[in-house]
Design a protein. Structure first.
Length: 166
């Protein structure tokens, strides 16, 4: 038998053996009884916070009453605070080079956060057109940009308590 023919027959035999083995394995696993144990775990209820400190970002602030830290926002560089009732969520993010919001100058306010100048953008959300404020500033020590977004009294109270960590 020629060498190429022998190789072709060998490869076909190996492929056939694999296919037969897979088929037998599928039949065995389909006939084996499976036991599924369902264990319910209680959903953790978020506890109200009074102070939020993020040492990675170098900031600390007081959480307004009625807001809790959302389980979705527990990364080291971000957090989401959810309010009760009609209170809008407050989003916190820090990273390098956060893009600034392109708004007309009358919708941009310069505010002071500690000893740092910050921009407060008075914008509207794209989905429903509701007012939303966005605060962006750069931490002087770690050079990370800090971004906070929210609306209403809760957001204003939070912004007033921001402290920069050394």
């Amino acid at each position: 038998m020629a060498r190429n023919t022998f190789l072709l027959v060998s490869v076909l035999a190996v492929v056939a053996a694999l296919l037969v083995g897979l088929n037998i394995g599928r039949q065995l696993s389909a006939s084996a009884p499976t036991i599924t144990q369902v264990q319910e775990t209680p959903t953790p209820t978020p506890k109200p916070l009074s102070e939020y400190t993020n040492t990675s970002c170098g900031v600390s602030f007081t959480i307004p009453e009625g807001y809790t830290l959302s389980p979705a926002g527990n990364a080291s560089m971000s957090a989401i605070f959810v309010g009760t009732g009609s209170d809008k969520p407050i989003t916190f993010v820090c990273q390098s080079e956060i893009p600034r919001v392109p708004l007309s100058p009358e919708k941009i306010e310069t505010v002071s956060v500690g000893s740092v100048s910050a921009k407060l953008y008075h914008d509207t959300d794209a989905k429903e057109g509701n007012p939303i404020d966005k605060l962006i500033f750069t931490h002087p020590k770690n050079r990370l940009d800090i971004f906070l977004a929210g609306a209403g009294n809760g957001f204003q109270k939070l912004v007033a308590t921001i402290m920069l960590l050394p």
